[in-house]
Design a binder for this molecule. Sequence first.
Ligand code: DAH
Length: 344
Amino acid sequence: MGRLERDAADALAAAASSAELAEVETAALGKRSALAAAHRHLAALDPDARRAAGKALHDARTRLEALAAARAEELVAAERALMLGRDRLDLTEVTADEIRSAMTRGRLHLVTQTRRELEDVFVAMGFTVAEGPEAETDWYNFEALNIPPAHPARSMWDTFYLELGQPETVVLRTHTSPVQIHLMEDGPPPVHAVIPGRCYRRETADARHLPVFHQLEGLVVDRGITFGDLAGTIETFTTAYFGPDIHSRLRPGYFPFTEPSAEVEVTCTICRGAGCRTCSSTGWVELAGCGMVDPAVFEAVGIDPEEWSGFAFGFGIDRCAQMRHVIADMRVLTENDVRFLRLF
Ligand code: DAH
């Protein structure tokens, strides 16, 4: 192997990339290469020497071309491997949290999540889940619940009326209590049911109130039901849903459809009882009304109050969510700001 061939072979072997190899190949084997120049000098030789030199040059070119092809194959393989390595996604480095935050999947609204949690707590205590209509006649929303027309207690509920039938006879339900009446009409006792649903009141939204809100009604009708059963059920519920750290209490109250009646309150979670704007400086927030079903309600649906007794309650679902998740102003629940919704 002559010097010329050895130099060309070294240059081909040293080429570090396909692009560099192409340049080296042109320089070593192309028209302007030393090899081509040597070829041109053959003409000046006598025939025997020309034949021998010609063969030597031809053999050298053949070997160099084979070398170049082999080096090209090596370089292409190395470059492919490099490219694959660069494109590879190392999933072992990605945490579950990163994947979760990269996904823009939707979720249930906090109020829906809360409704389901409340249902679960009561279902675990043996209640069934029922539903009722959002548009009610005056009789279901008021009269059957022992609230006669023009009764002063009606001012407890600022009502939206629908333009249906006689004026002021069809309402958007102001509470879920009318479903108690439907359930007792639907079949004989016993009844152990909770009823979640949307309610409407003609009032201005504030930190603790929304004109469209949600309640979870409860009704138990059976033989020998006492106020102790009611208090125990409420206590079991508040501990299961809020945990042992939040204090609840029953306060005497008034509702036309229960006697006696009580209000369920929890320590305001915003100020921990110190008093703030959310709890109107009282340190307590009302979550529910409850009581023993009034005999007048049993009579309205033809149930004998001598044989049956019962208790009822109505929790504010939005209030439960508000206290449990420490939300100072309930209005965020309707604003649909994804920065808030994403927190739950
Ligand atoms: N319906 C009442 C309201 O919305 C809450 C309530 C009080 C429901 C006492 C009840 C009950 O079932 O027994 O203000």
